[in-house]
Design a protein around this ligand. Sequence first.
Ligand code: PLP
Length: 476
Amino acid sequence: MLFKFISDQSKELLAIMNTATPTDFDLSFLDEGFSARDIVEQKINESSMTDDRDAFYVCDLGDVVKKHLRWARALPRVRPFYAVKCNDSRAVVMTLATLGTGFDCASKTEIQLVQSLGVDPSRIIYANPCKQVSQIKYASAHGVQMMTFDSEVELMKVARCHDNAKLVLRIATDDSKAVCRLSVKFGAPLKACRGLLERAKELGLDVIGVSFHVGSGCTDPETYTQAIADARCVFDTGAELGFNMDLLDIGGGFPGSDNTELKFEEITGVINPALDKYFPVDCGVNIIAEPGRFYVASAYTLVVNIIAKKVIMDEEFASDEEDEGTSDRTLMYYVNDGVYGSFNCILYDHAHCLPTLHKKPKPDEVMYPCSIWGPTCDGLDRIVEQCSLPDMQVGDWLVFENMGAYTVAASSTFNGFQRPDIHYVMSRPTWQLVQQICSQGIPAPAEESYLIEVPACCGRESSLDLPAKPCQAHVI
Ligand SMILES: *Cc1c(COP(=O)(O)O)cnc(C)c1O
């Protein structure tokens, strides 16, 4: 069973998580009947008693656990190696380490973080095809053997600086339909692969497999099919040249919330048959992936406070009472986190963030065209160009959901604005589930149904005879 690779390390981590102290991170266990949303309310109420209404996050680590179950259900053949760059919070990495995932690290610091939690080097892939020499040496000294490459120069560096590398050839994909393209920067074209494999052979290097990344925010699942078929060709070439390749790494690109057009199970419904066709179960190839966004996006809720407001009157409408539904004003809200902080995802990750209201609007509440701005003095610092919101006041709150991916990982303190505090929570039943996964592996679907209900169409077997319909995990 692929998912049963939990070791004693997980038991130690469990103990640490159970007693997580403020110096580690601020983790609260929620009693039954309470949700992360209740903590959002509680924190808002606490803050609202003071003037100190800083932006804050609530991160539901239980959501990360549920994602892990969803992964195991939908991609039973594929072991996840979480891409640390997506969100390197210690609490997230610790949760995933406890659950037994592997890790995709791209730098010495990410390797250090993962290893500081006691993760065995065999659970790390150094998945950066263009590495600094000193960092290759660091990986070598710390037992990290799996690493990607996509050029001859990289092969020569690895031959010189690593004692026992297990190399994975990263191939380019057609990522023209992805939100964030990666194959412009990384990945060898298919026609270059034979040459690279020959060079690796000459240098006495061991190539153990092939990896790719379809681009973050993949919008076309057929990209995976093509990339899996291309990987098969490279495996065949590798075998001809005498390599014993047994690792396929299908990368990341999986959606992190269900608001995307393409749902996770729609993608996996395409990937599974492609894997079975090109890499059948008995072919002896281990399959891994490097999901980032998938695990963390929906776990984080960001709550920001309105610190300033402007009302821009539109002269034309000033006295025209009959014109109902057309607003006579535009509102500008300024909040205490922006694109230099958590909302860097707007610049770097092409994200579109829209708030939900903290105070439910009345049925007849008038809505106005609004823009939302961050706190810094840069004109670029705009979160929402245009949306519809009621008339709110300084001191009111706005809630942004699905803020876990490529947010906290790249935020700065430009202009002196500090990063929001993160309050981590996990429900007690989910915590029990983590302990169960640690001792017995992923439970059968029936056992977890009180925590997470995955519709039948998400299960692998049943998806074979069902049309590829979008489906979501319904959290009770
Ligand atoms: C960024 C990255 C990932 C994670 O991508 P997601 O789209 O967040 O899943 C995985 N692998 C590599 C090599 C990456 O650079």
